[in-house]
Design a protein around this ligand. Structure first.
Ligand code: B1M
Length: 212
């Protein structure tokens, strides 16, 4: 539908004003909130993710697209709540203990939200107990860990061990990423998935939950 394609294009262009306007127009025209989300906003963010993976887009383009998405979500959220549209998963994301880098983590969170996940953003310097709490008290079914320092990578293992000790490991999948992190390290510490970049983070999050 032309209206939804225009919405996706506005997201890809990072046009915040136009994205919000088109979302409001679609709602006023009686289009279901879920259709606007899936076929307009998420479709646009999926293209942004692909372009980021293929190095056609860089961090600034992704940030403006995510900002446009956030503006549209402000308009759409009440209608989604009313329609009882469930998120496809609940992700507790944070940078691990001792680590203050959050630019990459924020990008991953934005892409995940753009793909339909609910995000519990725990921020930076997160203790293993914060992740355990997000699983046990807030029902997160994915824990996404970010580390940018070789010295904070061991905190990823500590988090997984704390989840196991607290009986939270079987309630949530653990996915990890960050510049020094590798698939090999993910395997060594028993994480369920590793993503090299924000767009792959969406693929891995869906894959660990068995979503196509
Ligand atoms: Co820091 N820093 N820093 N730093 N910093 C690095 C990481 C470093 C490589 C610079 C260098 O020496 N060349 C180096 C680490 C060396 C190492 O451990 N091997 C370093 C250092 C040493 C430090 C300090 C120790 C410096 C000091 O004080 N002596 C200190 C540590 C503070 C702390 O954390 N305790 C420090 C501080 C800082 C600032 C505060 C100044 C600032 C952070 C600001 C902020 O984040 N709000 C900063 C910055 C900006 C950097 C660099 C320059 C850029 C990081 C970044 O944002 N990249 C960085 C050098 C570099 O990378 N060129 C550096 C852009 C971002 C989009 O990429 O974060 O990799 P990235 O995220 C990607 C992927 O990795 C992946 O997706 C993202 C998007 O594609 N990803 C995930 C990330 N998390 C994921 C989670 C997932 C999946 C994918 O979950 C599933």
């Amino acid at each position: 539908m032309a209206q939804l394609q225009a919405l996706a294009d506005a997201i890809i262009a990072g046009n915040r004003v136009k994205t919000a306007e088109l979302t409001a127009e679609a709602l006023s025209a009686g289009m279901p909130a879920k259709q606007i989300l899936d076929e307009g906003l998420i479709a646009g963010m999926a293209v942004v993710g692909e372009k980021f993976k293929n190095c056609e887009f860089y961090v600034p383009e992704v940030l403006v697209a995510a900002r446009a998405m956030a503006a549209a979500m402000e308009k759409l959220r009440p209608a989604l709540v009313e329609a009882k549209v469930e998120p496809i998963g609940k992700v507790a994301i944070g940078t691990v203990r001792g680590d203050l880098h959050d630019i990459g983590k924020n990008l991953v969170a934005m892409m995940l939200e753009g793909a339909g996940f609910e995000i519990i953003d725990l921020g930076v310097d997160c203790s293993p107990e914060q992740f355990v709490g997000a699983v046990k008290e807030k029902g997160a079914n994915i824990v996404a860990l970010s580390a940018l320092l070789t010295t904070t990578m061991p905190a990823m293992r500590d988090t997984i061990e704390a989840m196991t000790a607290a009986g939270a490991r079987d309630k949530a999948k653990v996915i990890i990423g960050g510049a020094p992190v590798t698939q090999k390290f993910a395997d060594q510490i028993g994480a369920d998935g590793y993503a090299a970049d924000a767009a792959s983070g969406v693929d891995v999050a869906k894959s660990v939950l068995g979503i196509a």
